[in-house]
Write a protein that binds this ligand. Structure first.
Ligand code: ADP
Ligand code: MG
Length: 461
């Protein structure tokens, strides 16, 4: 047996339960201050305690990275104050359990009226306001009418805001609510939550209260109305609520993931009501808006946590370019990157970002020009720099043309954009490449086989 088998230290961690987590939490409040405590530390639970370490539960990976990078030393020091033998802390991500949540809500509702539960679960979020909603070409009209509605109630009624996931609908609706809150009776609720109260009121035989409650608002904001699709009795109730609100001149603001007419399985009369005011839409953000949002988020985080976040323009540009369609995803990616740079305490390069984001992008199977270039150059066993270079020898030129062809076929980039990514070539070069490879892949079996193989490599990634 080799010397590797010699055991130097026999030390076994044993489970113990001596810590009082509540007491420790209280001490956190003192040393971290209530703000940091309530946004971060209060959400940490204790999962298991051993003689020499503890496992703490946190809600998400991002949360863990953030905690580890910023507070871990202090937390350990503090907990050691209660138990000297501890020498490390581990984290476990505990996904929020929806069932627990619902039973908690049920319990609460037993003792509260609809009003309180609305107050509890449909609070306006002070962080989603007009000030931090960044204007761009894709949301310009939606934003300006949202503001107009606040100035002149009932002029555009209902205001219907539509657009895909994560493009800012809830943010806008919330901003309207905040703006009008002080002088109006604002109700802000998701269609799903509306249904929840509706069903609960039916069960409790308390429809009178339900109707009263929802019909007394002077500004009624309902988010994600597409939720009512296919739910007949809910539509019926919504229709009545809608009509009586309109009758008394309340302003109604609605959001959905599609236009009113595209709401299939919704009664025609409701669709036409929804479309009867003003319909505005939010489109997919362009590069400029994405970049602006990233910069503003960075500032926001800097101010909130009083620290310097050092991301180069190059990195910001990379993130804005890679994240295709969705602002929620864009911000999620930014958070990951910031957490990573915290943990590793370094200024990030594009390559770091690529690594961090590998799984994010592969989940959604986004194929990028970069990815195509990498895979094609690997496939032909040439250097990426050679493939992009100006040299025209066939062993370099063909792969280059194949990569251009695939970039055109498999991404949404325009010809000039693709040209730029290939060491600033002209778009006519790209057109020529696409034509050549299209022709060759029809005539030449070898080429056909190569293209199929590269495509499947790309889709596998
Ligand atoms: P939706 O309701 O359309 O799915 P959200 O309103 O939840 O989208 O927006 C997703 C995320 O993107 C939120 O964090 C929101 O604050 C942010 N966001 C969207 N649009 C903007 C914008 N124009 N400026 C700043 N943040 C934005
Ligand atoms: Mg939303």
């Amino acid at each position: 047996m080799g010397k590797n088998n010699i055991i130097h230290n026999v030390y076994v961690s044993q489970e113990e339960n001596t810590l009082n987590w509540e007491e420790i939490q209280n001490s956190f409040k003192k040393i971290f201050g209530t703000e940091i405590y309530s946004s971060w530390l209060s959400k940490i639970s204790i999962v298991k305690e051993y003689n020499d370490y503890i496992i703490l539960g946190v809600p998400t990976r991002f949360f863990r990275d953030w905690i580890v990078s910023r507070y871990l030393d202090k937390i350990l020091e503090q907990v050691k104050g209660f138990k000297q033998s501890l020498n490390r802390i581990e984290f476990k991500i505990i996904e929020e359990n929806k069932n627990v949540e619902i039973s908690k809500i049920d319990e609460l509702n037993k003792i509260t009226e609809i009003k309180d539960s609305i107050v509890n679960y449909n609070r306006l979020n002070p962080n989603l306001n007009f000030d931090n909603f960044i204007q761009g070409k894709s949301n310009d009209i939606a934003l300006s009418y949202s503001k107009k509605v606040c100035e002149h109630l009932s002029r555009h009624n209902p205001l219907y805001v539509c657009g895909g996931v994560g493009l800012g609908k809830t943010h806008l609706l919330n901003a309207i609510g905040l703006e009008l809150q002080s002088e109006n009776n604002v109700m802000f609720i998701s269609a799903e939550r509306f249904m929840y109260h509706f069903i609960k009121s039916i069960k409790k035989n308390d429809m009178v209260n339900f109707k009263d409650f929802f019909r007394k608002s002077s500004v009624f904001i309902i988010d994600d109305i597409q939720f009512i699709r296919g739910k007949e009795s809910l539509q019926e109730e919504f229709f009545h609520t809608f009509n009586s609100l309109m009758d008394k001149g309340s302003q109604i603001i609605i959001s959905a993931d599609r236009t009113p007419m595209k709401l299939d399985r919704v009664q025609e009369r409701i669709k036409s009501r929804l479309a009867g005011g003003l319909v505005v839409d939010i489109d997919v953000p362009d590069l400029e808006l994405k970049t602006k949002i990233l910069k503003s988020k960075i500032l926001e985080i800097q101010n909130q946590f009083k620290e310097n976040i050092n991301l180069s323009d190059e990195v910001i540009n990379y993130v804005a370019n890679e994240s295709k369609t969705n602002i929620r995803e864009l911000i999620g990616i930014l958070n990951r990157i910031i957490a990573f740079s915290r943990v590793h305490n370094k200024t990030l390069t594009i390559n770091d970002c690529k690594n961090i984001l590998k799984d994010v992008f592969s989940q959604v199977k986004v194929i990028t020009v970069d990815k195509i270039q990498n895979i094609v150059s690997n496939f032909f066993n040439i250097l990426l720099s050679e493939m992009l270079s100006q040299r025209r020898s066939r062993p370099l030129a063909r792969p280059r043309q194949i990569a251009m062809y695939l970039a055109k076929k498999m991404t949404t980039r325009s010809l000039p954009e693709i040209g730029r990514r290939f060491a600033n070539r002209d778009h006519t070069t790209v057109i020529h490449a696409v034509k050549t490879i299209t022709r060759l892949s029809e005539q030449d079996d070898e080429m056909k086989k190569n293209i199929i193989q590269i495509k499947s490599l790309l889709l596998e990634q």
